[in-house]
Write a protein that binds this ligand. Structure first.
Ligand code: GDP
Length: 608
């Protein structure tokens, strides 16, 4: 089988495509992977399917066997030598498989639960796929849950569907149409795969069941077809090494190791490699290239096999010194005889530098922390589109020093004293410090949720500020005095509201020309502390409503009969600041008539 694969590779010089599985939680990604891996062939090990580090490799023979039910006449000709499927489904693996901003994942399976349609993480995955221009197919999973579905294990979908009664077929059609519509709403044209005449324009939908295995052969064949037809260019076998760190793990007896997906070229024991680290570039020599021991050899002492060299595409564990601080999502480069080590170091670090370049120039913004380079990049892109400014970024668990960085915002812009943490642990000491300082830490496994948390946080702060600014917000009104009951401390006066609305706490003024100096004077009377009608307190009085008795209190009240007279019209005392406060926090509470009244009152108070 291995020879056949190699032969196929040399024939067309294509390498195996790398495939990722994405989708919302519980759509069946893991189950689908299990189903694909499952060996249902009597003899041997299912055509040499091999478990690798973080990935499973399906050589040509395995693909042929697994797609036989939908390729009975063998009219479909395989050109790829095999398929490498990444074992950890989800965003992180996908966004970490990257190099110079482009994706190393050649094709993706987006899993959608046919009973649920598009869910938040589905949309997020679609965005990632679109941003990275990665071709994908959609597995419309859980078809066995259509009411009354009669299964035939591991069958081709079309044949299984034909066997169902009308009711099931109609429900399927109905859900299919709804799914297509939902995709259209997201700007994707989608079509049932065997009705799709244009794979470049339409996304193919493959109905599957991870439980019965139905549709899985269709799915595998479609992946091969799509890669062969659409991407032979990117699948050309190259000798130049192209590799990414998927995970950084401490393994007993080996120390810190990196799990790497090699998408092109060859890695050899002893190779000098360069990768991106938290504290600068890491340059070291490969001590061991490890792949998992085959199942039947598990009784052996080590769970790993040592390899002298490995060829793309595959997943491999690398043991080496100085790997502490290695960043998942980093590119891995090999220092060749002609290469300048420092140049390569600059190149791998450029990925992190690029992200650092994306933080806000004026240093006002939230702090962002993610588990890997890839997820950080995805998060930053999302925040950019959501117009949330970012001031600090970091990778890995959140420690006190990270929270301290976020804390510098407390003085500059309190609303940004916030950490948005994606898929990372937060140290206890960091939590305690954040609480003490009033810095918010939001953590989530879904980028979307971080956005929601932050939006809620902003709304809360706003509410708080609105409450704090209550005294600054002056709603406009014009009052016609009827009778003064008490001239001073407090002023009590009967009046009609002739324009606007009178509310408690409104500051009141009289505006008149000083008869001696002939200069306009604004005389403050204080604030309204109660509004009563027929001896009962009321919350407000609108223009045209029956007269009210109003109490006005404040320091240095003018005396009726001296500075002011009983007949003087009373106004709400507005100012530039009161107008700005209304605009900022009470825009929705101020009616059109009230804005007009404010406009009318502005000249009176000399507000430009
Ligand atoms: P993941 O979170 O996307 O990896 O989803 P899992 O593979 O863990 O599946 C989530 C749940 O859905 C589990 O209870 C599975 O047994 C169930 N499930 C997955 N695929 C199917 C399917 O095709 N049919 C049915 N009926 N259940 C499924």
């Amino acid at each position: 089988a291995h020879e056949a694969a190699l032969a196929a590779r040399s024939k067309d010089n294509l390498r195996s495509p790398i495939c990722c599985i994405l989708g919302h939680v519980d759509t069946g990604k893991t189950k689908l992977l299990d189903k694909i891996r499952q060996t249902n062939v009597q003899e041997g090990e299912a055509g040499g399917i091999t478990q690798q580090i973080g990935a499973t490799y399906f050589p040509l023979d395995a693909l042929k066997q697994k797609t036989a039910v939908v390729n009975k006449d063998e009219s479909f000709e395989f050109k790829v030598p095999g398929l490498l499927i990444i074992d950890t489904p989800g965003h992180e693996s996908f966004s970490n498989l990257r190099s110079r901003g482009s994706s190393l994942c050649n094709i993706a399976i987006l899993v959608v639960d046919i009973m649920h349609g598009l869910e938040p993480q589905t949309l997020e995955s679609m965005k990632l796929l679109r941003d990275r221009k990665t071709p994908f197919i959609v597995a419309l999973n859980k078809i066995d849950r259509l009411y009354g579905w009669k299964k035939i294990d591991n069958n081709g979908f079309q044949e299984s569907l034909a066997m169902q009664n009308k009711g099931v077929q109609n429900e399927f059609k109905d859900r299919l149409e709804r799914t297509k519509l939902a995709f259209a709403e997201q700007g994707f044209n989608a079509e049932l795969y065997y009705e799709n005449k244009n794979m470049a324009k339409y996304v193919s939908l493959v109905p599957t069941s991870a439980h019965t295995g139905e549709g899985v052969p269709d799915m595998l064949k479609l992946i091969c077809k799509l890669t062969q037809e659409r991407m032979t260019g990117s699948l050309m076998y190259l000798s130049e090494v192209e590799a990414t760190v998927l995970e950084v793990k401490v393994i007993e007896g080996l120390g810190t190791t990196i799990d790497v997906v090699l998408s092109n070229g060859i890695l050899r024991e002893g190779d000098r490699i360069v990768l991106c680290g938290l504290n600068g570039a890491i340059t070291t020599n490969i001590r061991a290239l490890l792949t998992p021991a085959p199942l039947r050899e598990l009784r052996l002492k080590s769970q790993y096999v040592h390899n002298k060299e490995v060829k793309a595409a595959l997943g491999v564990k690398i043991a080496a010194n100085e790997l502490e601080g290695a960043i998942a999502g980093s590119r891995l480069m090999v220092v060749g005889p002609e290469d300048d080590e420092e140049e390569l170091e600059d190149e791998v670090m450029a990925d992190l530098q690029n992200l650092l370049g994306k933080v806000s120039k004026d240093n006002r913004g939230v702090s962002v922390q993610a588990s890997t380079l890839g997820s950080l990049e995805a998060l930053l892109e999302f925040l950019k589109q959501s117009k949330i400014p970012v001031a600090n970024i970091s990778i890995g668990p959140v420690y006190k020093r990270d929270v301290m960085m976020a804390g510098t915002m407390l003085e500059k812009a309190k609303q940004f004293a916030v950490m948005l943490c994606f898929d990372v642990k937060v140290d206890k000491e960091a939590v305690a410090y954040a609480e003490e300082q009033g810095i918010k830490i939001f953590t989530a496994d879904i980028i979307y949720h971080l956005f929601d948390d932050f939006t809620k946080h902003m709304a809360q702060l706003r509410e708080q500020k609105k409450e704090e600014s209550k005294l600054e917000a002056v709603f406009p009104c014009v009052l016609n005095p009827l009778q003064v009951f008490n001239k001073k401390d407090p002023i009590v006066i009967g009046l009609d509201v002739i324009d606007g609305t009178l509310r408690p706490l409104t500051p009141i003024a009289v505006v008149k020309n000083n008869p001696v100096t002939n200069v306009k004077e604004i005389i403050s009377l204080g604030r309204v502390t109660s509004i009563e009608r027929e001896h009962k307190a009321i919350p407000l009085c609108k223009r045209g409503q029956p007269s009210v008795a109003v109490k006005i209190e404040g320091p240095n009240q003018p005396l009726y009969g001296r500075q002011i007279e009983e007949k003087d019209t009373l106004y709400s005392l507005i100012s530039r600041k009161s107008i700005d406060t209304l605009k900022e926090f009470y825009r929705d509470d101020v009616s059109k008539e009230e804005w007009n009244l404010i406009k009318k009152l502005k000249p009176l108070f000399d507000i430009p």
